[in-house]
Design a protein around this ligand. Structure first.
Ligand SMILES: Cc1cc2nc3c(=O)[nH]c(=O)nc-3n(C[C@H](O)[C@H](O)[C@H](O)COP(=O)(O)OP(=O)(O)OC[C@H]3O[C@@H](n4cnc5c(N)ncnc54)[C@H](O)[C@@H]3O)c2cc1C
Length: 388
């Protein structure tokens, strides 16, 4: 039911329109919304299916390592996330994590690291994860204490990471740890840790309202070769921020996909639910709600694809990506809540798409920079622009 007229917006090129249409048709045949079962095996299966379908090629950069292009096409990953989110949250999650988990290698990996990890990520043969957050360092990520000290040709990692998506099913983790060259953000480095490295363990599984593989990780005298470091020592914070810069706009796109699905569901329900000798959509109160929902979806889409387009032109998108993430996630929450309300009791019944969306959307307002962090970024950029 989604109106695909937005694909005619000037932000897109013909290849984007073709990609969105092809993925939508493919997803209808190959992806289903799973309501129960073992999320680990569902996600392992989804990574394989997305890999076999060729979609994960868009999550890595470099045709020599199986990527769809030389760099990551932000509009492509946004359209993919939006489309997958509209079909099934876990499919979007599996796609996104392959990109976020391997993004540091795409952007800053050595030729050997790229050859070793990226082809498997692109084919769905290896699952990746991005381990930045810690119990006492979430929004304030530079406060991290997980440490790595150099010992000959090795680094030794000690400490913890938490809220790590794909924790427990990933084949490798990109881990950010304090190497102490300078205080704060300038003393952090990035490393690749294979899941079978001695001293690495999944300390705890974390259950959340929209189940997906999530864990707390522990490093205890965990030795890795110095060649597993990504980028220069002490430059890991930049590696993390550049990776997030690529994927932050795609969180907005995922929220947009959830919101579009909720609007589709609401329209379907409102035009068929009989009451008071008519249907729900006969009433102006309902029509006002639908109008607000459609406007919230379009404003999120405009900000999302502006940021994606701008990034693909090589422009700085700090402010635009923050605006997109803030607006798309907050708007999606409101659109989905309105859809649940229109469904009445059915809306809170387990297994209903709108109930599923209601749980799915919540974390997007928190991770990869909570709404308040996006507000801080936008305000900082605004104030900087008028600095005298
Ligand atoms: C489902 C899920 C998946 C995740 N996956 C990953 C992952 O794969 N890898 C990874 O590294 N991390 C991951 N995270 C962690 C996520 O990035 C952090 O939860 C997020 O950065 C917030 O950190 P925190 O939870 O410690 O909250 P805190 O830092 O304690 O913040 C709590 C709240 O404080 C508010 N706040 C923050 N700063 C300000 C401010 N300056 N002014 C006013 N209010 C403020 C915000 O509302 C915020 O939500 C995931 C989290 C979730 C929920």
């Amino acid at each position: 039911m989604t109106d695909f007229a937005y694909l005619d917006w000037p932000f897109f090129q013909p290849r984007h329109r073709d990609l969105a249409a092809a993925l939508d048709a493919w997803a209808a045949d190959n992806i289903s919304r799973e309501h129960s079962g073992d999320v680990d095996s569902i996600c392992r299966g989804l990574v394989k299916t997305l890999g076999a379908g060729g979609w994960l090629r868009h999550a890595v950069a470099g045709q020599d390592v199986g990527g769809a292009g030389e760099s990551i096409d932000t509009r492509a990953i946004c359209l993919i996330r939006e489309t997958l989110a509209r079909h099934a949250g876990l499919a979007d999650f599996s796609f996104a994590m392959q990109g976020l988990g391997s993004g540091a290698i795409s952007l800053h990996g050595t030729p050997e690291q790229r050859r070793q990890y990226l082809p498997k990520v692109a084919q769905g043969e290896a699952i990746s994860a991005f381990a930045l957050s810690e119990p006492d360092a979430g929004s304030d990520v530079a406060a991290m204490t997980c440490a790595a000290h150099a010992d000959g040709n090795e680094y030794v990692l000690d400490g913890e990471k938490t809220w790590i998506s794909n924790g427990g099913i990933a084949d490798f983790y990109v881990v950010f740890a304090r190497t102490g060259e300078q205080p704060g953000a300038r003393g952090i480095s990035a490393f690749i840790v294979d899941a079978d490295t001695p001293g690495f363990e999944v300390a705890e599984r974390i259950e959340v309202i929209a189940p997906h593989p999530l864990a707390r990780l522990r490093f205890n005298n965990c030795r890795i070769a110095a060649s597993q470091r990504i980028g220069d020592a002490g430059k890991g914070f930049k590696v993390a921020m550049r990776t997030l810069d690529v994927f932050r706009t795609s969180v907005a796109a995922a929220a947009l996909g959830f919101a579009r699905r909720a609007l589709d569901e609401a329209l379907q329900r409102a035009t068929t639910r009989r009451m008071f000798k008519g249907v729900l959509s006969d009433f102006q109160l309902t029509q006002a709600k639908l109008a607000d929902m459609a406007t919230a979806v379009d404003s999120a889409a405009l900000l999302t694809y502006r940021a994606a387009w701008q990034r693909d032109q090589g422009q700085k998108v700090t402010r635009e990506a923050a605006m997109a993430k803030l607006t798309a996630t907050e708007n999606a929450q409101r659109v989905i809540d309105a859809a649940v309300q229109m469904f009445g009791g059915l809306g809170v019944t387990s297994g209903q798409p709108v109930e599923d969306l209601y749980r799915e959307i919540r974390a997007l307002r928190i991770y990869e920079g909570a709404t308040e962090v996006q507000q801080m970024i936008i305000a900082r950029e605004l104030l900087r622009s008028i600095d005298h």
